[in-house]
Design a protein around this ligand. Structure first.
Ligand code: 0O2
Length: 213
């Protein structure tokens, strides 16, 4: 096993465990027939190629080290997608109340969106992983965003990869206007939230009812 595999193994474990825990929150809402503020959860360990790119960008040596751990706080990354902007505050609060990890930093890119147009709430947590050598505390980043914010961010991320951040003017303008459209979509959906949620409860009941033959 290479040194990177050994280094990344507690991060892999943290991502798997946190995915189960965060998905568990969604299931608990569903079980009691309540609308879940969590739509879906994803997780990933930062690919080595991205760790390499970020090390170059930050001017640190590309090797498993304490400096790398300090500078790259999202080697373990979780993403929680919500239907409505207000759900983000609900999920953030639920996460703050948990006792299985400690929040060390929060970044509110929703009140203060990034110049790119990026919106999301970020939480950096210290998560204890139990290993055969004892407890190892690793950092993980939890990003919480709406489906619209996620759509915009994933498109912008792919384009960023293609253009290495130097977008042609037209693409830059389109991304700005798409960010505004995503913002408006979130606002529109919030206005009819009650209507949507009533329909979803009804839809779930119909879906789960035993079929009559
Ligand atoms: P990936 O591929 O998702 O892992 P940083 O320089 O990024 O380490 P920063 O900016 O203080 O330091 O961290 P921040 O703001 O918490 O951002 C980290 C992650 O947030 C990024 O990780 C992205 O996932 C997301 N993000 C932040 N800004 C943007 C943005 O403008 N557009 C998009 N699409 N995503 C953003 P990585 O490592 O960049 O990418």
């Amino acid at each position: 096993m290479g040194q990177w595999d050994v280094f990344l193994s507690p991060y892999k474990q943290a991502v798997e465990e946190l995915k189960i825990k965060l998905k568990g929150m969604r299931s608990q809402f569903n079980i009691v027939g309540a609308n879940s503020p969590i739509e879906f959860v994803t997780g990933r360990v930062k690919p080595l190629a991205s760790i390499y790119d970020k090390s170059l960008e930050k001017g640190i040596v590309f090797e498993p080290s304490q400096q790398l751990v300090k500078e790259l706080q999202d080697i373990a990354g979780l993403r929680i997608m919500c239907q409505f902007v207000d759900d983000i505050a609900t999920v953030t609060e639920l996460i703050r109340q948990r006792e299985d990890f400690t929040i060390v930093e929060e970044k509110d890119y929703i009140t203060h969106s990034k110049p790119s147009g990026y919106r999301s709430h970020h939480m950096i947590v210290e998560y204890p992983v139990e290993t055969i050598h004892g407890k190892q505390v690793v950092l993980a980043e939890i990003q919480i965003r709406t489906l619209a914010m996620n759509f915009w961010a994933s498109i912008e991320h792919s384009l960023n990869y293609k253009y290495k951040g130097a977008f042609p003017e037209e693409i830059q303008a389109r991304l700005q206007s798409a960010a505004e459209a995503a913002f408006r979509l979130d606002e529109e959906m919030s206005q009819i939230r009650n209507e949507i949620q009533e329909a979803q409860v009804y839809f779930n009941e119909v879906k789960e009812a035993p079929s009559v033959k």
